[in-house]
Design a protein around this ligand. Structure first.
Ligand code: ZN
Length: 344
């Protein structure tokens, strides 16, 4: 059965707000097979809020394997209607053996025309040195007094929080990353997520100084507790984003150079969340929508490029469930990018 011909079932147990939404959806489905839809339905529909879903991808800057890029290609083929916020990483271009043309081509396989091309930065030694910044090997996500343990003959530093650098140093790395990606046809980012979600005030200052509009680093520490709850990174995230939970909504953060829209990563990433847990974040948003159906509610879910082959299926399953629930219960959803949230 095609999308326009689907049947809409309104349940008597629904809340009044959702019953109204379901009725509007049913009328919309009816209108698709009738030439003149009632004008008042369109008018009411414009006044309704939506659940706005942001699907994000963190590109770690580690490697670009065919398995992970292929998994993303398959997702794009199945869901051409879902734009992704691609938090890209310039570190692929600074590896000792990097081939810019091949790197560019491999990244591009996972992109599509409606995507937003954002920026993700981890503390890679080669990236920071290429930007003219002296590498710091400490602290690490795993040990506050530790130094990067593996040899740096190829590259290292993924686990060093970028908030360990000064704003001036970060400005250089952000500027280098923007220019590297843009020179390779990968856009000019206005949206950011920090490696390990460690976007402290110095990071945010540097971002706005470089023209960024949004950051998506505020994550509920509760989502990460069972995976990394015994590690320093979890304590840092818990302190930095205190009060952030699965229902947190976008808010303005002041920086030294102007405001930055913080878009909470309220559904975290698939390495830390099962499909069911992501759906539960959506259901919390749905409950909030039921209370105030004229207001938009934002849900952010996502995955890492480097573990797409392993975890992308969780996001796919969550999207299936979310779309199905939207259609059967009359909950309006729309897939959006971070930049759209900043400019609406
Ligand atoms: Zn990352």
């Amino acid at each position: 059965m095609g999308r326009l011909a689907r049947r809409v079932h309104c349940k008597s147990a629904m809340t009044p707000a959702r019953s109204l939404g379901c009725l509007l959806l049913a009328l919309g489905a009816w209108a698709c097979s009738n030439p003149k839809p009632p004008p008042q339905v369109e008018q009411n529909d414009e006044e309704r809020g939506r659940i706005l879903i942001v699907v994000t991808v963190d590109w770690e800057g580690r490697d670009l394997t065919d398995a992970n890029i292929g998994a993303m290609e398959e997702l794009r083929a199945r869901r051409p209607d879902v734009p992704l916020v691609q938090y890209l990483n310039a570190a692929y271009f600074t590896k000792p053996d990097a081939d810019p043309a091949a790197t560019r081509q491999q990244i591009s396989r996972a992109l599509s025309g409606d995507d937003e091309l954002g920026l993700h930065i981890h503390g890679w030694e080669r990236l920071f040195e290429a930007a003219g910044v002296t590498f710091r090997a400490s602290p690490t996500f795993w040990d506050p007094s530790g130094v990067v343990s593996q040899g740096c003959s190829f590259d290292c530093g993924h686990e060093v929080p970028i908030s360990a650098y000064t704003e001036a140093e970060l400005d250089k790395v952000i500027g280098f990353s923007l220019e590297t990606l843009e020179a390779n046809g990968l856009g000019r980012a206005v949206s950011f997520r920090a490696g390990g979600w460690m976007a402290k005030a110095n990071v945010r200052d540097a971002l706005v100084g470089r023209g960024f509009l949004t950051d998506g680093s505020a994550v509920p520490s509760a989502h990460l507790a069972s995976e990394i709850g015994d590690l320093p990174l979890w304590t840092w995230v818990d302190e930095l984003w205190k009060g952030t939970d699965a229902s947190s909504q976008p808010f303005q953060l002041a920086t030294a150079h102007g405001p930055l829209l913080e878009i909470p990563d309220n559904g975290a990433l698939a390495d830390y969340m099962t499909a069911q847990e992501m759906v539960e974040v959506f259901q919390q948003a749905r409950d909030r929508y039921d209370e105030s159906p004229r207001e938009d509610v934002v849900v952010s879910i996502g995955f890492h490029q480097e573990t797409a082959a392993k975890y992308l299926s969780r996001v796919d399953a969550a999207l299936d469930a979310i779309v199905k629930e939207s259609e059967t219960e009359g909950v309006p959803i729309r897939f959006v990018t971070a930049a759209e949230l900043a400019t609406r």
